[in-house]
Design a protein around this ligand. Structure first.
Ligand SMILES: CC(C)(COP(=O)(O)OP(=O)(O)OC[C@H]1O[C@@H](n2cnc3c(N)ncnc32)[C@H](O)[C@@H]1OP(=O)(O)O)[C@@H](O)C(=O)NCCC(=O)NCCS
Length: 176
């Protein structure tokens, strides 16, 4: 699968809004929320798309709050799941977080969302606690996950190991 990762733009929002309700159900963001995020100086949003930009496979983004990169969204179209699109988006989030000076990464994930938790655990995200009844659609708890210091040599080693593993699987890590 031919993939590149680039900044999200307003022109992507039709395709983002096709994926958003499938990925997050009635708890999903509105188009206006994405417009606001694209205008948020502390927000960083990216899409994984085909090189000719015809297909949009998924997207992710984070807020930089002090030294914390808070992942606000990560979603992949169901037709393209289990092909390491999310992992590539997460690797891009990590690289971009480091570039803008973050020391740590954090996020909330539904306690039932074991697939996403598996992905984050591969990058050393640890469970720091629960936010009770965080999701208003079903009152589900959120697990709060944090990384170690992402500038540490241990974390860099972990990232290198994953990049090498994906390279061995011949996963294209092209990024612009
Ligand atoms: C979670 C989500 C982003 C994963 O996207 P994806 O592109 O399919 O994930 P990847 O192919 O990059 O998966 C990488 C690793 O994550 C883990 N993983 C991802 N999806 C998984 C699943 N459904 N079940 C178990 N493990 C899963 C696995 O360890 C996987 O590696 P493996 O395939 O070698 O076992 C996607 O399922 C999605 O959009 N879900 C709805 C939105 C959502 O839950 N977002 C996360 C909010 S915190």
């Amino acid at each position: 699968m031919d993939i590149k990762i680039r900044q999200m733009m307003l022109k992507d929002l039709d395709k983002v809004m096709e994926i958003e309700p499938i990925a997050f159900g009635c708890h999903h963001w509105s188009r206006q929320s994405f417009v606001n995020e694209l205008n948020n100086p502390g927000g960083y949003y990216f899409v994984a798309c085909s090189s000719d930009n015809g297909l949009l496979y998924g997207y992710s983004g984070f807020w930089l709050i002090g030294e914390e990169a808070h992942i606000t969204t990560l979603a992949v179209h169901p037709d393209y799941r289990r092909k390491y699109v999310a992992e590539r988006l997460l690797l891009n989030d990590i690289a971009q977080s480091q570039k803008v000076g973050a020391g740590w990464m954090t996020l909330e994930v539904r306690v039932s969302n074991e697939g996403a938790q598996n992905l984050y655990h591969k990058y050393g995200f640890k469970n720091l606690g629960l936010r009770r009844n965080y999701y208003q659609d079903n009152n589900e708890d959120a697990m709060v996950l944090w990384t170690e210091n992402i500038t540490s040599s241990e974390f860099q080693k972990l990232v290198c190991e994953r990049v090498n593993m994906l390279a061995a699987l011949k996963v294209n890590l092209a990024e612009v």
